[in-house]
Design a protein around this ligand. Structure first.
Ligand SMILES: [Fe+2]
Length: 308
């Protein structure tokens, strides 16, 4: 197999030589690439679902489901762990057709404490056009931010506020029992108020936008800020909002700078069927290009903690 950089200091593409299969990929090489490069894309191996399951199980075994997530993900099973480890990225809140809009760069589940350390993506079928998964080096985003924004983000955490109406928190927390939902949230660093009359759940979560990476000693700009900020800008932020921890608004100039820097650094993972990738969720931001082909299918497997 051949390795080539996705970008000079971030990401590696591992390309199969003719006849090579996932069984030929060296475990130790993969582990060191994840630690050093933040993102590894495996292409040309033509991996089946079973190949992907067994390969990922050689690298990681502690998987998590999507409880408490921002969307409702359908489990397609497979792999070790809780048996709900492989998630389709197609469905949200019981929709029959998948949503095809682009997703801004974000860290996965940075609105709860129990976020995954690493993410596996597996491409069953790429979109006919566009629809790439995107990645971006959060450590380099941090490096390129102006000092005043670094200072602000070290001084003040982000405050995510959410209102889950009756019917909604049950889906997000995967239970009908409000006490159980509140317990899960509180166990994840979230402050919860439950309105018994309205059966409404209000949550508050504080987290820094800039955090140390798991490997390499970097500080990364990694969070869910842009997603929620953009929803608020589009007027869809009545139930999900983000502020600085003192309640002041996120400065628009900060977000302009973040978007400018991310545009300089964003890279596409150009899927072919059977490709897969691993992202360090403490360093690599990810997102998705918009697309039209509703047969696109990319699976996600979230690793709670890696054994290395
Ligand atoms: Fe995501």
């Amino acid at each position: 197999m051949k390795t080539s950089p996705l970008q000079p200091h971030f990401g590696t593409i591992v390309t199969a030589d003719p006849g090579e299969t996932v069984a030929d990929i060296d475990h130790d090489t993969v582990v060191s690439l994840i630690k050093e490069r933040g993102t590894v894309l495996f292409t040309g191996f033509g991996a089946s679902r079973e190949d992907f399951d067994s390969f990922t199980d050689t690298i990681s075994e502690d998987y998590m489901d999507y409880k408490g997530g921002g969307y409702v993900r359908k489990s397609v099973g497979g792999g070790k762990g809780e048996g709900k480890a492989l998630l389709s990225t197609r469905y949200d809140h019981g929709r029959k057709t998948q949503m095809t809009f682009g997703l801004p760069l974000h860290g996965e589940m940075y609105y709860i404490d129990g976020r995954p350390q690493a993410l596996w993506f597996y491409c069953v079928k790429p979109a006919d056009a566009d629809g790439q998964t995107t990645a971006c080096d959060g450590a380099e985003v941090y490096n390129r931010l102006g000092q005043k924004w670094k200072d602000l983000l070290h001084e003040k955490r982000l405050m995510f506020l959410r209102v889950y109406r009756d019917g909604e928190w049950q889906k997000i927390y995967q239970t009908e029992d409000s006490a159980e939902a509140c317990k899960f949230a509180e166990g994840n660093g979230i402050t919860v108020e439950f309105d018994e009359a309205e059966k409404t759940m209000r949550t508050k979560y504080l987290v820094s936008a800039v955090l140390p990476t798991k490997w390499g000693g970097h500080t990364a700009y990694i969070n869910n800020l842009l997603t929620v900020y953009m929803q608020m800008q589009m007027g869809r932020g009545d139930t999900s909002t983000v502020w600085l921890e003192d309640g002041s608004p996120i400065p628009d100039e900060l977000m302009e700078e973040v978007k400018r820097v991310q545009d300089e650094l964003i890279v596409d993972l150009n899927w072919t069927a059977g490709d897969f990738a691993i992202l360090d969720n403490s360093r690599a931001l990810h997102g998705r290009r918009a697309f039209e082909d509703t047969d696109r299918e990319v699976y996600l497997r979230m690793v709670r903690s890696v054994p290395f």
